[in-house]
Design a protein around this ligand. Structure first.
Ligand SMILES: [Fe+2]
Length: 145
């Protein structure tokens, strides 16, 4: 169980930093497709925000303690924060493909560990997120072609 809880807290850290990154991009996106990308980024961070709550409360349900400070998140995360400057959509899409791919790998790993320990709810939750991120990565790639 310790292993699952640590992995879930790492994922929670990634989600929190990714949330901030998505909203930073939402603010700083520029270009002719602004009217498409600006609301799309809001849709993405709103979804990430509900995953943050879901994962934190699941950690509590398993008897763990969810990390709740930005300091912890930044110490742990592998997500690289966005800069405070204007950005165009191609760079944003490429960055999001990288981040969703990184997180997908971690989520698959959490599922494998959960399956080994017969922690079925964690495993089932990861299925939804795997489905979600896999389709995000596909759509983001389609969009770049
Ligand atoms: Fe906004």
């Amino acid at each position: 169980m310790e292993n699952i809880l640590n992995n879930l807290n790492t994922f929670l850290s990634d989600l929190n930093v990714f949330y901030r990154k998505l909203q930073n991009y939402h603010w700083n996106i520029k270009g002719k497709d602004f009217f498409v990308v600006h609301p799309k980024l809001e849709e993405y961070y709103t979804e990430i925000n509900s995953q943050i709550d879901e994962i934190a409360e699941h950690i509590l349900a398993l008897g763990g303690q969810p990390l709740g400070t930005l300091k912890d998140y930044l110490n742990i995360t592998k997500i690289i924060e966005a800069e405070n400057k204007k950005i165009d959509s191609t760079l944003v899409y490429n960055e999001l493909i990288k981040d969703y791919t990184k997180m997908l790998q971690d989520v698959k790993n959490i599922k494998n560990v959960a399956d080994e320990e017969e922690e079925h709810k964690t495993s089932a939750m990861m299925d939804n997120i795997i489905e979600n991120y896999t389709s995000k990565i596909w759509m983001l790639k389609q969009n770049l072609e």
